[in-house]
Write a protein that binds this ligand. Structure first.
Ligand code: ATP
Length: 335
């Protein structure tokens, strides 16, 4: 009767996987609070709609930054809400949860996440490296003595890892991912067009015409956006092209690529030959950025496989691990 939940408490999105049910919650990691009363007004999608549109007493905020908790109280309130939504109102048994965490999160950041999960109503809370969860969620056999390479491009962090025999052999976690790409779009539109846009518009531009690989299809992409003209102080409509946005996001994309190459260079040769034959597995929302697969393939000479449902990989991976946790718990009880 107890719920077993795999949670991807991401910088951009929170997903919950429930054993036997699959993904049962998928919401933006945003919470809107009335600062005068401390009352939570909205959580998730409805709160995200409020970003940049709230009166001064209300804040619509994202309590995680770079994959870790940036504001403990707000993150706790959000996690409490998501866990109670996932468990339902009538279950007296507290859930066991497994939550993804960036590989390079500090001890303090790890403890904060575990504590928040317990404070939010979990009976027991375990952490799993996001790269490992991505690999499991992508269906890779992480237990075999063979190298697997995963790259998870999320909102706050990009996780790069080589996994073999159930362990992370080497990993890199950089705080460059979707959010930084959005920030680069905001900067570009401001510098090149004298137009101010917000983070939601930047994300829309990225999703619709953002691309990292030069070809006819990507170059022909266009979007019309409305922003604030800094010269006149009035709204202005401008068209943006796919090739412009490719230029705008070149810096963060190059950083991601550089780190993928560094990880490849450091991989022991035997594991690298496994990676070459299986390909690099790409997960996270950034896997859907147009041309990312082609760019990595061109630069590394290794085939890239975009995981099925890249946005849900971490939650599904964390969820699948829960079965093993129960086995380990039972074994230790019988000793
Ligand atoms: N079609 C798309 N094209 C480009 N980027 C996308 C697309 N869909 C989602 N994204 C981006 O993916 C990111 C969110 O991915 P994901 O949900 O995997 O991250 P997260 O788990 O919340 O973050 P983190 O793992 O860093 O904590 C956002 O930056 C979002 O804008």
């Amino acid at each position: 009767m107890r719920n077993y939940l795999g949670i991807d408490l991401g910088t951009a999105n929170t997903l919950v996987y429930s054993r036997g049910k699959g993904i049962i919650l998928n919401e933006p990691s945003v919470i809107a609070i009335d600062q005068n009363t401390g009352k939570i007004l909205q959580v998730g999608l409805e709160a995200k709609k409020m970003i940049g549109k709230t009166p001064s007493n209300i804040i619509a905020t994202r309590p995680l930054k770079d994959g870790v908790i940036a504001d403990y109280d707000v993150a706790l309130a959000m996690l409490k809400y998501f866990i109670s939504q996932s468990v339902g109102g009538f279950n007296i048994f507290k859930p066991v949860v497994v939550i993804g965490i960036p590989t390079e999160a500090t001890e303090v950041e790890r403890n904060a996440l575990k504590e928040a999960a317990l404070d939010a109503g979990a009976h027991k809370a375990f952490l799993i490296e996001e790269a490992m969860a991505t690999a499991i969620g992508a269906g890779l056999n992480v237990e075999e003595p063979s190298g697997n390479m995963v790259v998870d491009i999320g909102g706050g962090t990009t996780e790069i890892a080589i996994i073999s025999l159930g362990n992370i052999v080497l990993s890199k976690s950089i705080r460059v991912a979707g959010d930084e790409i959005d920030e680069n779009i905001i900067e570009y539109v401001k510098n090149e067009h004298n137009i101010l846009i917000g983070e939601k518009t930047a994300e829309k531009i990225k999703m619709e015409i953002g691309n990292t690989f030069e070809n006819e299809e990507n170059d022909s992409l266009t979007i019309d956006i409305i922003g604030l003209d800094v010269l006149t102080g009035l709204p202005k409509n401008i068209p943006l092209s796919g090739s412009e946005i490719r230029k705008a996001i070149k810096k963060p994309v190059s950083r991601i690529l550089e780190n993928i190459k560094l990880a490849i260079e450091s991989t022991p040769p035997e594991l690298l030959s496994d990676v070459v034959s299986k390909g690099i597995f790409l997960g996270g929302g950034g896997a859907m950025l147009k041309g990312m697969k082609e760019l990595i393939e061109k630069e590394t000479h290794i085939r890239v496989v975009i995981a099925d449902e890249p946005l849900t990989c971490v939650a599904r991976g964390a969820g699948l691990v829960i079965d093993k946790i129960e086995i380990i718990e039972n074994l230790s009880k019988n000793r």
